[in-house]
Write a protein that binds this ligand. Sequence first.
Ligand code: PEP
Length: 254
Amino acid sequence: MRLRIAAGNWKMNKDFNSGIELIKALKEGTTAQDGVHVILGTPFIHLKDAVAMTADVGHIDIAAQNCHQEEKGAYTGETSASMLHSIGIRYVILGHSERRQYFRESNELLGQKVRRALDTGLTPIFCCGESLNIRNEGWHARFVKNQLERSIFELSEADFKKVIIAYEPIWAIGTGVTASPEQAQEMHLEIRNAIAEKYNQSVADETTILYGGSVKPANAVDLFSQPDVDGGLVGGASLKAETFIPITNAFKQA
Ligand code: PEP
């Protein structure tokens, strides 16, 4: 059975104390569910404390929001995968559309980052997704498939099986506009079929594919009920316990 995940992406939000308060509230307010993981993608300043605070909670894991593609060296301001691993981090979000847009991260660079993360023992949560223009022009499936082909489809089958995919249509991120459950399902199935074509059906069936883009308590159950939607990567609604906890509980009704 595929792992189901409710992952929060805090982006560049929360000062140190308010982040710690949120982790405490999520630790108290979320419950363990069979086959479900809650992942908190916190800013770098919270990572080490977040790992320590959740070490005794089996269903919560912590993710970094980026890592560098090189092992180490003169890259001022950057953080390596092995540094993250050394403080107990096991997940890293890579390929978020904001990294692609504002930091010019290409599919090829992201392929290198994924490779480095895997070699270091981190599980990448790899984001892909199309812009509104591409969706309106109707070639979103081809665009996303191309993103995958030029980055993570370079991986061996054994490595690919360690990757979590997040389909995040850019037009739905932070906009309040959510893909309909049918639109999400359609793209998740496209992605799963592309994986089956590249690897095989059993790899495709085992790959966790998350939906991201204005997931909220009001739409999480409908989205997570879709057969190929295995959970969500959540931005805005992950910043408050009262909105993120119901999303983590949506699997119970999905
Ligand atoms: C995201 O940042 O990955 C995201 C999906 O944001 P939001 O939920 O706010 O749309």
